[in-house]
Design a protein around this ligand. Structure first.
Ligand SMILES: Cc1cc2nc3c(=O)[nH]c(=O)nc-3n(C[C@H](O)[C@H](O)[C@H](O)COP(=O)(O)O)c2cc1C
Length: 441
């Protein structure tokens, strides 16, 4: 048993009723994704397992597998509806910097941060699906470069708004009648390339300084943004050596920003499929795979690669040359690079790739011990500070994780046995420090 004090961080990713596109077909309630009790049950289970947070991904257009419920309800609204069944669990909600308004977003996240007593995080995404643009009066998605330029200013505005009330600004003194200290509530007077916002925000400072900031783009621009602003990075990493390289390089970029390397936590995705034997895990996966709609899988894969579905032949390798020439403005460069590397190094056909979660988040089949061993290795050998966990189908796969894998990690002193911190920042060890992060350039 190792005696290290550093503990891993674990998030539970919620998408539809689970990550496997056919997972919904194995459930009793095939409409569970619109059932409020479904989310409450997941939240209670995740808190029982002492997870750091639930992570809600999001999409602003119908995507993924239209034959299954991979579309999402609005993350902030789902979170607000289940806060009250938990006490410590964090909620990380995705929202787009390309298709949102910074004042409204800052206000909504801070509202929820107050109502949860400091348990909210924002996964700031630039949105790479061109279909989303058409839902916001635009024919074309802005280029990746423009999206990141806008994202930087958007995040700066949101942070300025979150800081527009000083920590002690709320006086609320009934005797003197002083509600807030005017000297500590200031306008932000932001005039930038994309936004003009006067401020201040309409509500007081967050109980945790400001909501947690998560970044999940892995391109050069995404990493630069993360190094500057993010507290947490979600990333797709399917190879141990590449993950170590990513971990080392991103931490160096954080240091170059004059931040402590530990002020950013790096969480690769992991997709465990757990059985009491390896064969049992394989059987579980095979049963779900039989129910897949491969035509829809091809559409989804082609979208991730920036090519047309007809360019993919089911039992042939990926068309690497075509992918190289395709537009990188309509894909996630981070996902693309992982998918291509995963398929090429294993010499996979399109079909084999599809069955391996398309190479997007590392799929790992095994017994609880095998899963725990792998997580321990990545964590102790500087490839990860924890994991953003995907489950094939809720709540049963999460239940198995909580009942069988988490206790092993706890026994090895790799994961908390109980909550000791209230806010999500404290839990991730990324305390907010006023003025330490330069946000004015
Ligand atoms: C783990 C993970 C989760 C993500 N979740 C979302 C999401 O919920 N919604 C979204 O629009 N993009 C999501 N993204 C995409 C990115 O945030 C980013 O906008 C996209 O990858 C383009 O960035 P890149 O080209 O720098 O990789 C996610 C990426 C990763 C790695």
């Amino acid at each position: 048993m190792s005696n290290n004090k550093r503990k891993m961080h674990l998030n539970c990713h919620i998408v539809g009723v689970g990550q496997h596109p056919a997972g919904w077909r194995t459930q009793n309630d095939t409409r569970a994704f619109i059932n409020p009790h479904f989310y409450q049950e997941i939240a209670k289970l995740a808190e029982l397992g002492k997870f750091d947070a639930l992570f809600f991904s999001d999409s602003l257009s119908l995507h993924g597998h239209p034959h299954g419920p991979s579309q999402m309800l609005d993350p902030l609204i789902v979170s607000s509806s289940i806060l009250s069944v938990t006490k410590y669990l964090g909620f990380i909600c995705t929202a787009s910097t390309t298709f949102s308004d910074p004042f409204i977003l800052a206000r909504q996240f801070l509202t929820l941060d107050h109502l949860s007593q400091g348990r909210i995080g924002w996964n700031a995404v630039t949105t790479y699906n061109p279909a989303a643009a058409k839902n916001f009066g635009k024919i074309l998605l802005p280029s990746s470069l423009e999206r990141y330029t806008r994202a930087k200013e958007f995040i700066q505005v949101v942070m300025k708004l979150w800081e527009s009330w000083g920590k002690e600004a709320l006086i609320a003194d009934a005797r003197s009648g002083m509600f807030a200290d005017p000297a500590q509530v200031n306008s932000i007077d932001h005039h930038g390339q994309y936004y003009t916002v006067t401020g201040p925000l309409t509500l007081p400072r967050s109980p945790q300084g400001m909501p947690l900031l998560v970044q999940s783009g892995s391109s050069e621009a995404g990493q630069a943004l993360a190094a500057k602003f993010a507290d947490i990075v979600f990333t797709s990493q399917t190879s141990f050596e590449r993950a170590k390289h990513f971990y080392r390089c991103l931490r160096a970029k954080v240091k170059a920003q004059k931040r402590s390397e530990n002020s950013l936590k790096i969480l690769p995705g992991l997709f465990p499929i757990i059985g009491s034997t390896l064969a049992e895990a394989q059987e579980r996966k095979a049963k779900m795979d039989e129910l897949r709609n491969v035509d829809e899988d091809i559409i989804m894969l082609a979208r991730q690669l920036g090519i047309e579905p007809d360019d993919l032949k089911l039992h042939q390798p990926l068309p690497y040359q075509l992918i190289e020439k395709s537009s990188k403005d309509i894909v996630s460069k981070g996902f693309l690079s992982e998918i291509v590397n995963f398929a090429r190094t294993r010499n996979l056909t399109v079909y084999q790739l599809i069955l391996q979660n398309m190479g997007m988040h590392r799929m790992l089949l095994g017994t609880p011990e095998m899963i725990a061993d792998d997580m321990e290795k990545w964590f102790l050998e500087s490839a990860a500070d924890g994991f953003n966990l995907n489950f094939d189908s809720f709540p049963d796969a999460l239940q198995v994780m909580v009942d069988h894998v988490i206790p092993i990690l706890q026994k090895r002193n790799l994961f908390r046995s109980d909550y000791t911190e209230q806010t999500i920042r404290e839990r991730f060890g990324v305390a907010y420090c006023q003025g330490k992060r330069e946000i004015s350039d």
